[in-house]
Design a protein around this ligand. Structure first.
Ligand code: XLS
Ligand code: NI
Ligand code: NI
Length: 488
């Protein structure tokens, strides 16, 4: 749009040839610009050579302007280069764009069709559309200063319903295109995954399907997914078991299903390592939706499963805030469980609605929650992955500006959470309190318990001699909550 402004200001002649296409004649060059309904700006000549294409021409790169700014298209807290506890905000918060919500989802729900146009000027279901999404996605990430993206195989190409070989050829073409378009930028793949839940063949699950043929299709998809992960240099490879669970135990051999999932994971681990995948495999726990019960219920369940099948060295957790609350846990709880088991890998950053029982995937705006999340992440020494906005605009938020507002909200909420979490740690009152709370284990019988140098009989003798212990000290929850508020 800047281009046009400059052209008109030097008095170029503009002739309408049909409603949304105009011709501008500059120095005898014929330049066509088109403004689609969703505001895509294309500058091309009449032969169709495209000189410039801008998908969000009305939005300039988003800058940090500070908390006093009233500009909605600015960051109030996210200041990429600001140093907090020895690292820049950008290093602490490796934000990623989720292809599916941002470039694919149109706001369709069970009760109505989409409200947002994600055609990017092309017909959906074509490779032109797939490429337009790559171009639009890169422009979007660059305008926000986001360096990572995450995707399912079926987000980046249309799936051929008859022949998986056709889909695979399209994946080759689009991953070449992504590599070409991101070359020379600092945009990279955080993680990739395979959609093994939308296609009807996966109605009874993928790794957990009752059909061995379907199991092999899952394997074929995962094999291609791993090859693409290596090709794009992805840091991680995610398994979210959307349909790995059951609707009723009356038709389910749970033991067989769990063993087969472990077999598929083991095959993927071994194949991935054999082709040079050095990143982490991630399980993304979720207790339900779409299934009534999903096997990767929560972090504790998934970690137990990984240990049982010897996969714990290669796998970590990808914790999604909304999945935590669906499992009846806080986001902080799931992060803590993963961290204390050395398996905190990556985060799907979003939030749910406490009044709704499903995965609403809202952009995170609750600063208290992001503060406690960042407190866990800082104390765990950071993430091996990053913060992927598995978040989508609400159905009525259907404009290009809303796509930016969503990310600005999420990035600022995590940035403020990071600032506050660092202050809680630097303040020290909380950590000091917790340390003191367990001080009975620093010496005497407590120390022996920690060292495992005491028997049940000795502990019992110690108790019998005392007759009755003193009550433990107060938990002081209300005081600690005021400390957090005080820091806010
Ligand atoms: C769905 C999941 C999904 C995963 C990737 O609830 O969050 O989007 O992140 O398959
Ligand atoms: Ni997710
Ligand atoms: Ni989810």
């Amino acid at each position: 749009n800047t281009g046009i402004a400059i052209l008109t200001s030097i008095n170029n002649k503009i002739t309408d040839i049909w409603p949304n296409i105009s011709v501008i004649i500059i120095n005898k060059w014929k330049v066509v610009y088109k403004l689609y309904s969703n505001n895509i700006l294309i500058i091309a000549n009449l032969k169709g050579d495209v000189f410039m294409k801008e998908f969000f021409p009305n939005i300039s790169p988003i800058k940090f302007e500070g908390s006093e700014s009233k500009n909605p298209l600015s960051f109030k807290y996210y200041d990429a280069k600001r140093v907090i506890m020895g690292k820049t905000m950008e290093e602490h918060l490796s934000f990623a764009m989720a292809w599916w919500h941002n470039l694919c989802a149109s706001g369709a729900d069970m009760f109505g069709q989409g409200t947002a146009d994600k055609g990017f000027g092309e017909n959906q279901g074509t490779m032109e559309h797939a490429k337009a999404k790559v171009d639009a996605g890169i422009e979007f990430m660059q305008k926000l200063g986001i360096k990572y993206y995450c995707f399912h195989d079926t987000d980046i190409v249309p799936e051929d319903q008859e022949d998986i070989n056709v889909t695979n050829a399209r994946l080759d073409e689009i991953t070449d295109y992504i590599l070409e378009k991101t070359k020379g930028t600092d945009i990279k793949c955080l993680w990739t995954t395979c959609n093994m839940f939308s296609n009807p063949r996966f109605m009874n699950g993928a790794g957990s399907s009752n059909s061995a043929d379907v199991f092999c299709f899952a394997a074929a998809q995962a094999k291609k997914g791993l090859e693409n992960a290596v090709k794009l240099g992805a840091k991680g490879f995610v398994f979210w078991g959307g349909r790995e669970g059951y609707e009723t135990l009356l038709n389910t051999d749970m033991k067989l299903e769990e063993e087969n999932i472990a077999t598929l994971f083991t095959m993927c681990r071994d194949y991935g390592r054999s082709i040079g995948f050095k990143g982490d495999f991630y399980i993304e726990p979720k207790p339900k939706e779409p299934m009534k019960h999903q096997y990767d219920f929560d972090a504790a369940t998934a970690i137990g499963f990984l240990r049982k099948y010897g996969l714990d060295k290669d796998f970590k957790m990808n914790i999604e805030a909304n999945h935590a609350t669906l499992a009846g846990h806080t986001f902080q709880h799931e992060l803590r469980v993963s961290a204390i088991n050395g398996m905190l890998g990556s985060v799907d950053a979003n939030q749910g609605d406490t009044l709704l029982g499903w995965d609403t995937d809202q952009f995170p705006t609750n600063v208290y929650d992001t503060t406690l999340a960042m407190y866990e992440i800082l104390k765990a020494g950071g993430l091996s992955g990053g913060l992927n906005f598995d978040s989508k605009n609400r159905r009525p938020s259907n404009t290009a500006e809303d796509m930016f507002y969503g990310f600005i909200a999420g990035m600022d909420t995590f940035a403020l959470g990071l600032i506050k979490a660092a202050q809680i740690i630097e303040d020290g009152r909380i950590d000091e309190f917790v340390k003191e709370r367990y001080s009975s284990y620093n010496s005497g019988i407590g120390e022996k318990i920690r060292n495992r140098s005491v028997t049940l009989v000795e502990c019992a003798e110690y108790a019998l001699k005392m007759k009755k212990p003193e009550l433990p000290e107060s938990g002081r929850q209300e005081y600690l909550e005021t400390v957090v508020n005080n820091i806010f």
